[in-house]
Design a protein around this ligand. Sequence first.
Ligand code: URA
Length: 189
Amino acid sequence: MSLLKDRLQKLNSKLEASYLDLPLATKASDIIPGEGTVHATVMLIGEAPGALEAIERRPFVGRSGQLLRKVITQLGLDFSDLYISNIIKVRPPENRDPSKKEIESYKLFLDEEIEIIDPLLIITLGRLSMNKFLPKVKISQVHGQIHDIEWNGKMRKILPMYHPAAALRGTKVKNMFIDDFSRVKEYIN
Ligand code: URA
């Protein structure tokens, strides 16, 4: 096994083993780890797993995940070049937004995940994920624009996008969501 794969597996084991200290989790299997190749060029970061994600123990497999995966496929992006995760790893009750405290509790795990994957581009899906890197901006003003920022001592390229759940709520956001995604293809090419 590659060194990176081994590091990621150890991180996920540590995450599961820490469930008692983490908010929202009542058992190790409540934890929904990230998914994809450890060598991904692009890392997508959503907010929190929903009901279907909790059942299947995979990120982005519910309605918004289906839209996300459809857009990725239609644009001809290569799934084997992506890694998908969330800022918190357990489903919040009633699918409410995760609180600041919950986000803080899962922060170290996500930070290490980013360090291990070390992607060329990070796509944030939704406001809460965007705020991790760009705390002072409005998604309506910056979506679809790549931001070069220094983060945890390293230059990172961040592409904020609307959350696919918002895209499901209206055609205008859906079109912006698809349009923003086409920039990923341009960027990778
Ligand atoms: N499913 C996820 O895994 N994350 C989200 O942010 C929304 C749905």
